[in-house]
Write a new protein. Structure first.
Ligand code: ADP
Ligand code: MG
Length: 229
């Protein structure tokens, strides 16, 4: 009975998940189709604009699929020794063009530590940090700043992602990380949920401090690599 029940629940969530993937991916694809149709009929310079829109909508479809895939498979892959400082510097470099495009200053990593090692799935860790960084950039107004700091705290490495963006009220903070919660026109409301899950799976934890119109700090604590790892 228990098994049957579990099976039913699982079946239901799989069909719900597929329904929402289909729904969310259909929107950008419909937009792309529309613009391709226009381009077929139009030979003028507005094509450049159409290309831009098509590319950004295809990117969006790709992001949605990517986030759903992680959602359906949030468990970690193979662990390895990850130099956290190096990993953060790399991730900041990856997002610098995006911040630049949004007019936000993404600062260099701030740390006094030489290096800090964690033993985990490197690509999932990078993915979680990218999600938090993207949110920090997206919450910022042009000329806002995003700063990442790294400190060793006992058996943990503490990473803080601090933005001077729009911040969140208590009510909004309570909703963050719940499925589909997004205040963005084109958000999926999945990034934070997936990232929190991944960090917790790594034995870490996340906490938010935020003030409306002042900004947000996301604190990530991850256990340092143990001797036997
Ligand atoms: P998405 O980015 O697709 O909206 P997320 O799960 O990444 O989905 O984030 C959910 C919501 O949480 C965002 O839409 C935003 O309202 C809020 N949020 C997340 N990070 C921040 C931040 N650094 N500052 C302000 N709001 C944030
Ligand atoms: Mg996000």
């Amino acid at each position: 009975m228990q098994d049957e029940l579990l099976y039913a629940v699982r079946q239901q969530s799989i069909s719900e998940l597929s329904a929402s993937i289909a729904h969310e991916v259909r929107n950008p694809l419909t937009v792309v189709k529309g613009f391709l149709q226009l381009m077929k009929e139009d030979d003028t310079q507005s094509k450049q604009e159409y290309y831009q829109l098509i590319l950004s909508e295809l990117n969006r479809a790709e992001n949605i699929i990517h986030e759903y895939l992680t959602l359906s498979k949030p468990q970690l892959g193979e662990s390895m020794t990850v130099p956290m400082k190096e990993c953060l510097i790399h991730t900041i470099t990856l997002l610098t063009p995006y911040a630049f495009k949004e007019g936000v200053l993404l600062k260099e990593l701030q740390t006094k530590e030489q290096e800090a090692f964690v033993y985990t799935d490197r690509s999932k860790l990078k993915q979680a940090i990218i999600n938090f960084l993207k949110n920090a950039i997206e919450a910022s107004a042009p000329s806002g700043e995003v700063e990442v700091t790294m400190n060793i705290k006992k058996q943990f490495v503490e990473v803080e992602i601090c933005d001077t963006g729009k911040g969140m009220s208590k009510e909004e903070l309570a909703k963050i990380g719940t499925v589909y919660y997004s205040t963005k026109e084109k958000g999926t409301g999945l990034g934070t949920m997936v990232s929190i899950r991944l960090i917790e799976e790594m034995g870490g934890s996340i906490s938010y401090a935020s003030e409306v119109n002042k900004g947000t700090t996301v604190q990530i604590l991850l256990p340092l690599k143990k001797d036997h790892e």
